[in-house]
Design a protein around this ligand. Structure first.
Ligand code: UDP
Length: 245
């Protein structure tokens, strides 16, 4: 897969359908794959933290979640056609795994969220095999138990929804113990499946304004969002120094 190097992070130049196909391919391979979908804040985080940058680059698939990342790729003259958000990839993967033997584990969100997400997903995809759920609030000493729960369930794919960068770090630190074939870090997706959070209306998504809608709904994100202009300026100032493949 062709990649664009954005401030050291090698993002795959794939759209949602291509990303979902790649995930389905991973499910047929007998090894572990991680899938991360960084937005501009997360790429800035990796820019400032070499160890986290390595974690992102170790993923089997790294997609552009957010218009900021798509714009950055254009600035770097290796344009990604469209954003491939974790939630959208997950939807297509669910569509494709419905009617198959693949087993899914939902991990993350506040207590009750994964339960409701499971119920809603089973309505949407009646033949989906959800073999386990676990909320995303735990003490470090509970982590081995969570890994065991996922492994015992026989899941071959786990949605890890702890928010970024926690979920990427969690997946990375347990990749050698997890028996799944795919671990996808997809942030607040369980909240959307559960109906406890809404996705931005289509107009905002289609016009690259999802961030504006999120800011309106969750004004406390303003702090995190100041990273966006910093990201754009850093890509313009430093982006060309990173070698493209
Ligand atoms: N979350 C969690 N455990 C934590 C912190 C967060 O399960 O220790 C969940 C939180 O309940 C929410 C999701 O992670 O469902 C983060 O959602 P957000 O939209 O903030 O993440 P993003 O998509 O921006 O990374």
């Amino acid at each position: 897969m062709d990649k664009v190097n954005i401030l050291g992070v090698n993002v795959d130049m794939v759209n949602v359908a291509e990303a979902a196909d790649a995930v389905m391919g991973f499910l047929d391979e007998n090894k572990f794959h991680s899938v991360f979908t960084p937005n501009s804040e997360i790429i800035m985080c990796a820019y400032k933290d070499e160890e986290f940058c390595k974690i992102l680059n170790s993923a089997s698939l790294l997609t552009a979640d957010g218009i900021g990342v798509v714009y950055a790729s254009k600035i770097l003259k290796k344009p990604i056609k469209e954003r491939a958000a974790g939630y959208d990839i997950a939807r297509q993967v669910l569509e494709k795994t419905n009617n198959t033997d693949h087993k899914l584990f939902l991990f993350g969100g506040k207590p009750g969220v994964a339960e409701t997400a499971k119920k809603n997903l089973e309505k949407d995809y009646p033949d989906l095999n959800i073999v386990g759920i676990r909320n995303g609030y735990f003490k470090p000493e509970e982590e081995p138990e969570i890994v065991e729960e996922i492994n015992k369930s026989g899941a071959d794919i786990v949605f890890v929804c702890l928010g970024a960068p926690k979920q990427e770090r969690w997946i990375d630190s347990h990749k050698d113990e997890l028996n799944v074939r795919v671990a996808m870090g997809i942030g607040g997706s369980l909240d959307v499946f559960a109906g406890t959070a809404e996705r931005a209306p289509e107009f905002f998504c289609n016009h690259g304004l999802e961030w504006l809608y999120r800011l309106y709904k969750e004004p406390w994100r303003i702090g995190r969002m100041t990273e966006l202009p910093k990201f754009a300026m850093t890509v313009i100032a430093k982006g060309k120094k990173y070698k493209q493949n």
